[in-house]
Design a protein around this ligand. Sequence first.
Ligand SMILES: Cc1cc2nc3c(=O)[nH]c(=O)nc-3n(C[C@H](O)[C@H](O)[C@H](O)COP(=O)(O)OP(=O)(O)OC[C@H]3O[C@@H](n4cnc5c(N)ncnc54)[C@H](O)[C@@H]3O)c2cc1C
Length: 494
Amino acid sequence: MAPANSTGSAHSIRPVAVDDVDTWHLEADVVVAGYGIAGVSAAIEAARVGADVLVLERTSGWGGAAALAGGFIYLGGGTPLQKALGFEDTPENMKTFMMAALGPGADEEKITDYCNGSVEHYNWLVDNGVPFKESFYGQPGWETPFDDGLMYSGGENAAPFNAIAAQAPRGHVPQMSDKRTGEKGGGFMLMKPLVETAEKLGVRAEHDMRVQRLVVDGDRVVGIIAKRYGKEVAVRARTGVVLAMGSFAYNESMVESYAPRLIGRPGAAIEEHDGTAIRMAQALGADLAHMDASEVAFFGDPQLMVRGILVNGRGQRYVNEDTYPGRIGQETLLRNNNEAYLIIDEAAYDEGAGADSSTPFFRFRPKWVAETAAELESEMGLPEGTLQSTVEVYNRHAERGEDPVFGKKPEWVKPIGSPIAALDLRGFTAGFTLGGLRTSIQSEVLHVSGEPIPGLFAAGRCTAGVCAGGYASGTSLGDGSFYGRRAGISAAKG
Ligand SMILES: Cc1cc2nc3c(=O)[nH]c(=O)nc-3n(C[C@H](O)[C@H](O)[C@H](O)COP(=O)(O)OP(=O)(O)OC[C@H]3O[C@@H](n4cnc5c(N)ncnc54)[C@H](O)[C@@H]3O)c2cc1C
């Protein structure tokens, strides 16, 4: 095997000219690379418009990161589930939130399109067998610990966004009991019915196929070269190729070049997310977007965080603790040097530790405990006066149930008493990359000139989707399935 090159791959990603292909081993109208959420959505829609579809998957089964995922799908604008549970939302309201929370740099055309199509997309998922239970989970949390269908998943109900757009929960979760996120989460109940639908529509799948290069006829993509058990397999695509192979979170060299804050801390991704799709298309002149953007998970239990205050390495607060925990993750890793301490008193700790949680494994014990903020500050080694003044300012306003500094909601604002403790949450983050191929709203891969690359389509985390600077849980399965569908339809048209 050749050594890894500067792309981080151990094989060539250069395109192959069609004249150099002696034999096509496999053939279909639409060839989809990757059988995760974007791939299955593309396969279904391509088959529905009459295309013969072949999916090439590197592992020996379908699912990808999607099947391990918690299963949030970011949908809104007045979905039947939102309405049934009494929440009002419109596409315009959803767009206002997404433009504010997912930027800077969010793609307005994509977000507008996504919001306008969101109710139809919900109905499409339901029609294809994805179950959603009519129940809302309103507690702070990464996910619902139960099988509820709807939850806030992006900080819609917290400052500053609750003053920018009317709050509405948009984290739609497929119903599943005994979930184990990271093994078989709500995402499994998204993937399973979709794969069954694809199979019923006659979609074929070939496994253990590692897609490596594109085949071109002039500037048109007409096939794929994959490797299976050490042998090259040439696959002809009569109308189009869809790339749906996931992010570059596990490509160390790309992470180093584009999203260095994530070095050594890939999370909520799988090792197969090695950036190959991005590199293969780049070799044809594809444009990229938001390569520095990242989702960041924070290993803190929201039921504890919301009842305390988070401070950075200077003993200062930096975020409202009742917001989406992924926003806390971004603030911690990207803007506070990955340093966080949770300051909480004993009564609040006990109350939080007794509440429902989907992440009890994030309920760490305090590292330092003291009678006063001054003693705690000294034991933690923080500069004198820093933590004391933070606690003093917080408590002064908390006496009136207010947080004018960060706008935490009154229901969570209480003065911090004694004994007072600190949980050491430094370095407790991981994440995945959000940047990738620049695509049109028809999921065409765009050349650096702005023109589509003929025959090449893409969706999912190998593309730049609806997120840029910010993130909301559900946007990856959301834009992956939404633009996966578009990719399938476009690829079938050719
Ligand atoms: C524990 C966990 C929790 C998560 N929770 C959520 C959530 O609640 N909501 C949300 O929106 N997102 C969530 N995510 C993220 C989300 O699952 C992914 O971002 C999403 O699945 C990306 O979709 P995709 O189609 O691009 O990639 P995937 O779903 O990973 O599919 C890509 C497929 O391509 C295959 N592949 C890769 N390289 C090749 C190759 N060379 N040849 C052939 N096949 C290849 C992979 O094996 C994989 O099957 C979570 C992820 C994890 C792991």
